[in-house]
Design a protein around this ligand. Sequence first.
Ligand SMILES: Cc1cn([C@H]2C[C@H](O)[C@@H](COP(=O)(O)OP(=O)(O)OP(=O)(O)O)O2)c(=O)[nH]c1=O
Length: 188
Amino acid sequence: MLILASASPRRLALLARIGVTPDAVDPADVDESVLKDEAPRDHARRLARDKAVAVAARHPGKIVLAADTVVHAGRRILPKAEDEATARACLHLLSGRRHRVLTAVAVIDAGGKLRERLSESLVTLKPLTAREIDAYVASDEWRGKAGGYALQSYAEAFCREFRGSHSGVVGLPLYETRNLLLASGLSL
Ligand SMILES: Cc1cn([C@H]2C[C@H](O)[C@@H](COP(=O)(O)OP(=O)(O)OP(=O)(O)O)O2)c(=O)[nH]c1=O
């Protein structure tokens, strides 16, 4: 029995690509604020773990999968864009700038044991013109996305350099996720 502790339709679709259909989807509602002096990797790991632990408490004896995606430039963690002003600010900051996208995955097995992996990708977007930013903001594609862009849609056309896990950037790194699920006793 697998529970997906996520409201992200992208995570559900990525799981389907490896033949996994969760028995239930039960999103966690955790506080996603960044702690003082918290490093990006620690932040992503902590949130994935918090989401998994919160949901596992409601589903004892089940396998629970949670993840968290964070975009950061240096030590600066970008917000998840929920309004146009935030999306615009993210795009200005990331324009022409190499940055990282982290996705932490946490799985709690039926016996309550927690396993974690972190996927890291490097992304460089082209220097964006004011027109490109305006058009992208008008597209709404950025909504609900960490860092204000979605690599799986139009924004890939702005991506000059990429190294890492495409599925990780979109929300669930398939290599790490498959290994975690196998180690946690799910037959795939
Ligand atoms: C950078 C980037 C992020 N994203 C998405 C992945 C995540 O869904 C989202 C970051 O927010 P998250 O907090 O990781 O996840 P979520 O709020 O969508 O869902 P839940 O917490 O319930 O699991 O940004 C993309 O889809 N494409 C991208 O290129």
